[in-house]
Design a protein around this ligand. Structure first.
Ligand code: NDP
Length: 311
């Protein structure tokens, strides 16, 4: 017979992990379906800034395993393996993960997001050969080299700063006239001698032979093209919510995120969404943790009262 849970959580980034800690501490029989690697996007981040209690930042690869241990100690059952199917039958969600069936009365979707691809020639070909999405993994191998970071948001800024600890030159190429990264990052970028920013610039191709040798860029103000030599290219141009699992269960918004109400309830009874996967997410690790806690509390309240939103 399939084990029955009060609250199942799909995704073990900081939102899912916090939901699991909270649900278990509320005494709910809790299942955390982690995907292949628990930790989500944060796992590869060298230094999560702005997370309460860590004034010097905290590595994602430290924070996420700590939260995972905390969830397990609180009583969460952890199952690794991708969730491949979700079906709602009567009062239950039937889930398939890692080839096994599970059953839960409520479900919190905390599947996070992936990085958007740039979509230019060379990006796929040089994946793992200089095209990378993990600055903290590759920075030590780029000592004294020139690297290109694409994007103007917090991710580009944060990862450029990680790379600047090793690389000789970190060149940020941004299509806009100004960065939208938070003030603290912009200050840090300005203060770092190894970092420079080139505005109004788009990458049209990633160049190389056996590995990346540079990029072909276009200056949007002059319309001229040029080549920039670089040993590695990191594109941080935004996030794509991982909502494939629920696209047939709820109507997604125009960005592909899951609409929720103030209690993180979706339009479907018993189904909640937390973290970067939901419409209006704060885009901060602390915000995702807050979402996880709120979603678990809301699921607990629903199990107590059976009250659901009107629409
Ligand atoms: P964002 O969506 O915030 O920024 C994406 C950047 O990439 C923008 O500057 C955008 O340009 C640019 N861009 C988008 N598409 C293209 C393209 N096709 N070609 C070139 N440039 C492009 O994504 P981030 O990954 O930076 O951040 C995601 C979320 O995570 C945000 O909410 C952010 O605040 C959060 N975050 C928070 C951190 C923290 O608090 N410490 C650290 C990292 C991320 P344009 O501005 O012109 O649209």
């Amino acid at each position: 017979m399939t084990d029955e849970f009060d609250i199942a959580i799909a995704g073990a980034g900081i939102a899912g992990l916090t939901a699991a800690i909270t649900a278990s501490r509320l005494g709910r029989k809790t299942l955390l379906l982690t995907g292949h690697v628990p930790g989500g996007l944060l796992l590869s981040i060298n230094r999560i800034d702005g997370y309460p209690g860590f004034p010097e930042g905290v590595p994602g690869y430290d924070l996420c395993p700590m939260a995972q241990d905390q969830a397990v100690a609180a009583g969460t059952e952890l199952v690794s393996g991708e969730v491949t199917a979700i079906e709602q039958r009567d009062d239950y969600f039937l889930l398939s993960a890692g080839g096994n069936p599970y059953q839960a009365r409520t479900l919190i979707i905390a599947t996070g997001a992936g990085l958007k691809a740039l979509g230019v020639p060379g990006e796929e070909r040089f994946q793992g050969k200089g095209v990378s999405h993990c600055a903290s993994c590759d920075a030590p191998m780029l000592r004294h080299r020139t690297v290109v970071v694409i994007g103007g948001g917090d991710s580009a800024a944060q990862e450029a700063l990680t790379l600047a600890e090793s690389a000789a030159d970190v060149i940020i190429l941004h299509r806009g006239a100004s960065l939208k990264a938070q003030f603290a990052y912009q200050q840090a970028l300005r203060a770092h001698a190894a970092v420079s920013v080139r505005y109004h610039t788009v990458v049209e191709e990633i160049l190389g032979d056996a590995a990346v040798t540079g990029v072909r860029f276009r200056d949007l103000t002059t319309g001229t093209s040029g080549v920039l030599d670089a040993a590695a290219v990191f594109a941080y141009i935004g996030l794509k919510p991982n909502t494939g699992l629920v696209k047939d269960l709820v109507q997604l918004d125009e960005t592909g995120s899951i609409p929720v109400d103030a209690m993180l309830r979706t339009e479907r009874r018993g189904l909640f969404a937390a973290g970067i996967v939901r419409t209006g997410a704060a885009g901060r690790a602390a915000g995702s943790a807050g979402d996880g806690a709120l979603a678990a509390q809301s699921a607990d309240a629903y199990l107590n009262t059976r009250a659901w939103r009107d629409t």
